[in-house]
Design a protein around this ligand. Structure first.
Ligand SMILES: [Zn+2]
Length: 149
């Protein structure tokens, strides 16, 4: 898998990945016990999810005695970032700012978070023109963007 390809991770697979990211090298049983507080998944389900994640190269596995141990091939930050890039790619570039603002309005933030976002915004240099690369009919700004070129 190349760096440019975004790895698609399902909701269920994310739950498994979070355990591996937190605990490091783990076996299916440990993941199953960790998730059992919230998920009613059978061990077989966990194993299926692990198999898929290995196939996607999100996890690697090695056999130690009778156990298979799983560890992450990708970092949590990297995976989250690519999911975020993927999500924003579904939106006209010109509407990303508006959506970010919406997100900030909706998510709970600590004072430290707010201070950090404020610092980032203070350093941010505004762009006058954001090019739209949507197809005609995918957004309302397409023709306006064409005339700018
Ligand atoms: Zn557009």
């Amino acid at each position: 898998m190349t760096k440019e390809e975004t790895m698609k991770i399902s909701e269920a697979e994310w739950e498994v990945m979070r355990v591996v990211w937190t605990l490091g090298e783990v076996d299916a049983q440990t993941i199953s016990e960790t998730l059992s507080h919230r998920m009613q998944w059978k061990l077989a389900t966990i194993k299926t999810l692990l198999g898929r994640l290995v196939k996607k190269e999100a996890l690697r596995t090695q056999q130690v005695g009778k156990k298979f141990l799983y560890s992450a091939n990708v970092s949590e930050e990297e995976t989250f970032r690519s999911a975020q890039v993927e999500l924003f790619s579904h939106l006209c570039a010109r509407r990303v700012g508006e959506q970010l603002n919406q997100m900030i309005e909706e998510v709970p933030l600590t004072q430290a978070d707010i201070d950090q976002i404020r610092q980032t915004l203070d350093k941010k240099i505004a762009t006058n023109i954001i090019p739209c690369d949507c197809l005609p009919g995918q957004c309302h700004c397409h023709h306006a963007a064409e005339s700018l070129e």
